[in-house]
Design a protein around this ligand. Structure first.
Ligand code: CAA
Length: 289
């Protein structure tokens, strides 16, 4: 199945990053969000990201202009009738994801594949909420999307072999390394990553070390590029909490209990880089888009 035009739903951190690598790889992208303001912000971040590639001599100015020429934005879901493949990257919440998929479905042909960038929600459950369970799959990208090589490719129970093959081909041609992972809470990435982050927050809460000490142990002793608390700030503490809840409820196992300090920080809207305050402070001028 040949894919030429991809609809990306959600122009936030993940959505704009996915759109950026796709237009850079030669795909036309229709970026959809609920407001023109979000779309303009996403498009500006894509233009800035591609500028970086020009500065680093990874892209010519002409290629940058061509890539930007392949990007279109729209607030109208009816415009998505022009796409061959959909990637959903909206809020990490089951009802929100089902809401957008159901809104676009009447405008998409029956052959169009719906991929979700969910980081932990069951693909089988999402697929069952659509009219095309064989054409629903997880394509889980990592932040920052232009930098991280991995995409977890997650077939649900009903996902067809053709859908799986098409999704893997798309990920590969967008410069990513797909890894096939079956549909289980947190897939592989977050089943391993989030308990580590959660445990780091317990260490902080119990006063075992301060935030910098905890992060330094993992950076200097384990060669992690970022410490777990810095990484939690990058991911967003609300997202970390949501994923811990998916693990806790999905496995019914107390070992995944979200740390009370994580809950408290989310309640205080200390969500990390995006709000300027998490385990560390981020002056607005230094917050990276
Ligand atoms: N967007 C785009 N590019 C970015 C970026 C961003 N937000 N942040 C950094 N980069 C790029 C920089 O431009 C630079 O690229 P160049 O080759 O053009 O110079 C490169 O990444 C390295 O950046 P820096 O030198 O500024 O900083 P660094 O060496 O400390 O790297 C990092 C920054 C790439 C973020 C690195 O610290 C890292 O890999 N951290 C771990 C990130 C990680 O684990 N991500 C996964 C999170 S989990 C997830 O996303 C999924 C989920 O379900 C929760």
């Amino acid at each position: 199945m040949e894919i030429k035009t991809v609809g990306v739903l959600g122009a936030g951190t993940m959505g704009h990053g996915i759109a950026q690598i796709l237009v850079r790889s030669g795909y036309k992208v229709l970026l959809n969000d609920v407001s023109q303001q979000f779309l303009d912000s996403g498009a500006a971040r894509i233009a800035k990201g591609l500028n970086r590639d020009v500065e680093k001599n990874r892209l010519s100015q002409e290629e940058r202009e061509q890539a930007l020429g392949r990007l279109t934005t729209t607030t109208r879901v009816s415009d998505l009738e022009a796409v061959d493949f959909i990637i959903e990257a909206v809020t990490e919440n089951f009802d929100a994801k089902v809401g957008v998929l159901r809104a676009v479905e009447p405008h998409c042909g029956p052959g169009v594949i719906f991929a979700s960038n969910t980081s932990s929600i069951s693909i089988t459950r999402l697929a069952a909420a659509t009219q095309r369970p064989a054409r629903v799959i997880g394509l889980h990208f990592f932040n920052p999307v232009p930098v991280m090589k991995l995409v977890e490719v997650v077939p649900g129970l009903e996902t067809s072999a053709e859908t799986l093959e098409t999704a893997e081909t798309l990920a590969t041609s967008a410069g990513k390394s797909p890894v096939r992972v079956n549909d289980a809470p947190g897939f592989i990435s977050n089943r391993l990553l989030m308990p580590m982050i959660n445990e780091a927050i317990y260490c902080l809460m119990e006063g075992v070390a301060d935030a910098k000490g905890i992060d330094d142990v993992m950076k200097l002793g384990m060669n992690h590029p970022m410490g777990p608390l810095e990484l939690a700030d990058l991911i967003g503490l609300d997202v970390c909490l949501d994923i811990m809840k998916v693990l806790y409820e999905g496995f019914c196992d107390s070992k995944y209990r979200p740390c009370p300090l994580l809950e408290k920080m989310v309640n205080a809207r200390r969500l990390g880089r995006k709000t300027g305050q998490g385990f560390y402070g981020y002056p607005t001028s230094s917050v990276r888009p």
